[in-house]
Ligand binder design. Structure first.
Ligand code: NDP
Length: 355
């Protein structure tokens, strides 16, 4: 941001890495699930990675394996189906499996990858329950492999800078953080299927607001109170929730809120209110077009590539043996725990304390 000194050491590509030797071989990644996020964000942005390289694809679709395999230079013998993916065990080029499938499938794919001797990066939300998250953490630990959750905002320069400013007191004592996340969900998508999606708007997009509350404040909520409302007779919400409003209490006295919905025209913002200042972020956790304002002043941060930074961070941890991933499985598990407390609060009409 204009007035603040750089607080993270991002190189021009946005990579956070500092001690990876240039002559080391990039870490080989297998992309599992060739859906929208994998093919429109992850793969195109992987070309900015310095330490990570796509070396294999795993997909249920032979057409996609051919199309994207050809487009991204993956040789035919490195293209796997879900049925034959156990063969990746014997492919030493694959060191990481990046699971980019619906949340209801994350646990099984993660367990499989860990048992096949691979590190795992798994997309958010981590899994359908805390118990599933535990299984994933345990499986990776037992296999001696790393587990990262794809929380890209922890590697995104605007959010990193906002976090730094919040934590160092630029806005005084933080009193309130409010986040709103929403888009209009089309009928028929897996996001409306409880088994595959794990939950509704809170699971899929409210989680970005919850994450923002956690990383901006550096605190964990101690209590939640929530309401859920579904539009009457809307067939989309037979299994999962539409609109959620949650209030969070934090130990310091900070209060937060997350509002999220599958029935709103696109919204993605948060607002931080402190005793000395205010930060408003629009398109706060999106892909591009970040607009951050301190008071009435627009701020600009040197751009970086969050996807490349996220993937290179795991690669760096693997090469150096560091057990200090910024977005580990434990972080994903905590979000799932909080989200299930939110559901409990909405169901019971009472606030739920988080021990
Ligand atoms: P898509 O529906 O576009 O792609 C999911 C892919 O998963 C499918 O194309 C399919 O790939 C594979 N798949 C495997 N099993 C199943 C199954 N049972 N049902 C449906 N698909 C299956 O979803 P997205 O790419 O939008 O989302 C994937 C994951 O990425 C989710 O966890 C989502 O929350 C996360 N995500 C994260 C974002 C971020 O900013 N971090 C942004 C968007 C999504 P194939 O045909 O190759 O087998």
């Amino acid at each position: 941001m204009a007035s603040a000194a750089a607080v993270v050491s991002l190189d021009p590509s946005g990579n956070l890495c500092s001690f990876f030797k240039q002559d080391q071989k990039p870490v080989g990644w297998a992309i599992l699930g060739l859906g929208s996020y994998a093919t429109t964000q992850i793969l195109p942005n992987m070309r900015y990675c310095k330490l990570s390289k796509p070396v294999a694809f795993i997909s249920g679709s032979p057409d996609k394996l051919k199309r994207y395999g050809d487009a991204f230079g993956i040789s035919p013998e490195h293209r796997y189906s879900y049925d034959n993916m156990d063969a990746i065990k014997d492919n030493p080029e694959i060191e990481v499996v990046y699971v980019i499938t619906p949340p209801g499938t994350h646990k099984d794919f993660t367990l499989r990858a860990a048992r096949l001797g691979k590190h795992v990066c798994c997309e958010k939300p981590m899994a359908n329950s805390v118990a599933e998250c535990e299984e994933m953490i345990d499986a990776c630990a037992k296999a001696g492999k790393q587990l990262q959750i794809g929380y890209r905002c922890h590697y995104e320069p605007y959010n990193l800078q906002a976090t730094e400013l919040c934590r160092k007191g630029e806005f005084g004592v933080l009193r309130s953080i409010q986040a709103s996340m929403g888009f209009s969900a089309q009928p028929g998508i897996w996001r409306l299927n409880k088994k595959l999606g794990g939950g509704g708007s809170m699971y899929d997009i409210g989680i970005y607001g919850l994450q923002a509350l956690r990383y901006l404040s550096g605190e964990e909520p101690s209590e939640v109170f929530a309401t859920i409302s579904n539009p009457p007779k809307d067939e989309r919400f037979k299994e999962v929730e539409d609109t959620v409003h949650v209030v969070f209490k934090f130990p310091s006295g900070l209060t937060g809120s997350v509002a999220c919905s599958y029935s709103w025209a696109g919204v993605n913002r948060y607002e931080v209110l402190g005793t000395k200042g205010r930060l408003v972020a629009e398109n706060a956790t999106g892909y591009y077009g970040f607009q951050f304002q301190i008071g009435s002043r627009s701020v600009t941060v040197q751009p970086g590539n969050m996807w490349a930074s996220q993937m290179d961070h795991l690669s760096e941890c693997i090469r150096t043996g560091a057990k200090t991933n910024r977005t580990p499985g434990e972080m994903g598990r905590q979000d799932i725990r909080i989200i299930h407390a939110i559901y409990e609060s909405a169901r019971t009409g009472r606030s739920v304390k988080l021990g």
